[in-house]
Design a protein. Structure first.
Length: 208
């Protein structure tokens, strides 16, 4: 199946409450960031962009694949991976998103999730990927979550927003949209609303 959607994984935060870069947490004999990519690899997505920031050197040191992907696409699990580093992560996650979007073909749709929200099951994930609208949001029991799919016509203008403006936020831009341009996909997987911010969050998630 032809696919025009690329995946963006945002892993540029400080992870202060977790105490370790979240993507470097150990999960079933691998790193959490690689587990997230493994989950994406089961869909029709063929390109993954990883946005790093505060802990970028730790990621590059511990996972040679990511070091190589900093300068070129690297094949992993039959998908192509690129690593983009936000040199100003202190300005927030939106700047990491902008930094990554600058490197993506302007006609592509993007599927975005932060590193601390587990990627949901393949079937419902694929439904999100295949749904056409300006914005596509998964919804679990009345709560919207991630990953969020953005059409090129929506995300290209995001590059024009000032990263220094506290109102430069993806959620605020989505709220400005005509509701007809937003599709909510009801899902049964509660992963879309989980936030793995603390060691206790991680322990509970690992048990499940």
């Amino acid at each position: 199946m032809k696919n025009d959607t690329v995946f963006v994984l945002l892993a540029g935060g400080k992870s202060e409450r977790m105490g370790i870069a979240k993507g470097l947490l150990e999960y079933q004999n691998t790193y959490w960031i690689l587990e997230q990519i493994n989950r994406i690899s089961t869909t029709t997505v063929t390109e993954v962009y990883i946005g790093l920031g505060h802990h970028f050197q730790e990621y590059l040191n511990k996972i040679p694949l990511l070091k190589q992907a900093e300068s070129e696409f690297v094949i992993y699990k039959k998908i192509m991976i690129r690593v983009i580093i936000n040199k100003n992560p202190e300005l927030g996650s939106f700047t990491t998103l902008q930094t990554v979007l600058q490197q993506i073909q302007k006609n592509k749709s993007v599927l975005i999730t932060p590193i601390d929200i587990p990627i949901l099951n393949t079937t419902e994930l694929q439904t999100i990927i295949e749904t056409k609208n300006q914005v596509v949001l998964p919804n679990f029991e009345g709560k919207n979550g991630h990953p969020i799919k953005l059409h090129a016509d929506f995300w290209n203008p995001l590059l024009l927003l000032s990263p220094a403006d506290e109102n430069s936020r993806l959620d605020l831009e989505i709220k400005k949209m005509n509701p007809s341009k937003i599709t909510q996909i009801a899902v049964t997987d509660s992963a879309i609303v989980k936030n793995l911010n603390t060691p206790n969050d991680w322990i509970e998630f690992s048990k499940s």
